[in-house]
Write a protein that binds this ligand. Sequence first.
Ligand SMILES: Cc1ncc(COP(=O)(O)O)c(C=O)c1O
Length: 446
Amino acid sequence: MTMPAQPFSDEEVARIRADFPILARTVRDGKPLVYLDSGATSHKPTVVLDAERRFYEQHNSAVHRGAHQLSEEGTDAYESARATIAAFIGARADEVVFTKNATEALNLVAYAFSNATHGGGGGMPGRHEHGRGSARFVLGPGDEILVTEMEHHANLVPWQELSRRTGAALRWVPVTSDGRLDLTDIDTLLTDRTKVVAFTHVSNVLGTVNPVEELTAKAHERGALVVLDACQSVPHLTLDVADLGVDFLAFSGHKMLGPLGIGVLWGRPELLDEMPVFLTGGSMIETVTMEGSTYAPVPQKFEAGVPMAAQAIGLAAAVDYLEALGMDRVTAHEQQLSEHLLKGLAQRPWVRVVGPDDSAERGSAVAFVVDGVHPHDVGQVLDHDGVAVRVGHHCAWPLHRALKVPATTRATFAAYNTLAEVDVLLAALDKVPGIFALEPAGGSAP
Ligand SMILES: Cc1ncc(COP(=O)(O)O)c(C=O)c1O
């Protein structure tokens, strides 16, 4: 019998924290930094900073260009990073495309549909055929794109634009008042006209973990392709693309202890092969004449221009670091932190948490409102005590409208956070009712 993974002990978290130089700094007149905004972007351990630095100091070159030793070393390191990152999600290296961030990865897929529809992105006939026969990417009036009301704008706006460009209708799964997908009408929303279903694995606001396998199976029954936004799951959960069963998956490196400026698109190889290209230019071609060009095989055909080698190498170092910590333990640790916060917030009747109240159904994001106080004011009070959280609509404006709140305050966690930091957040939060002279609402404000 295997024991459930344990959260990190205080000594272990202290050791982890020592790997992150930024956590040693103070803010707001000497207060320790309590960083609870890793869902926006995480901090980077020394091994990641060193990996990037080593690339620039030892191997700096335009990878996949040039026959000199530096370029050869840089290319090897870049491709080996691809293999490490692919293995982390249970994929093969040639199924992983590097992009600037998840937003670009999602746009890459959306543009494949409109390019297939309008005859672009295929290049001239060549050894590698692109976009020809890719009927499953062609969209038009009468077709439908299905998203959900809890999407980050990065997984909503590209589909709105695709709908506008092709005439396909955009439909969405609503959310329930407790922040789950309302699947009551899923069999009406998902029809034979649905060509693509794009949704988030874990909500960046509610923390809700969506039923990926169930939704994917239903989408596939209807012949639709499934695009999963895994920005808030890959950094926090053990995940395998084969188990999820989706067709595409996108995430950002900077939310998983990796550098800014690198994202990942994973796709099923036969689909990546069929897909028209998005960005064009150097490095993605096979042959070029004045009349036209043919394109390189996957993944190069999607990586136009000099690639972000240092960032890919840094992200591979982050993956190695997370694997050494053990993803099961990272999940258990973050779950313990969010449970502690949820429990603390439940003791404060003047605070309302959005999203599922059962922490077992949640990722590590906890968003809440203090009725009568704008989240920007809450954020300012917390910031005064050194607590960094995110306030606003977290790039999920339609979700906030559905929840009937203009904005929320959100805490998100990483392996380096402690229970004591959650207590600092709660103590700082207790100053809010006094500062804003709130009437005790059904309970005592401190
Ligand atoms: C669920 C989700 N999707 C997409 C994104 C977009 O990520 P990026 O801005 O790195 O492209 C984010 C970032 O906050 C997110 O939380």
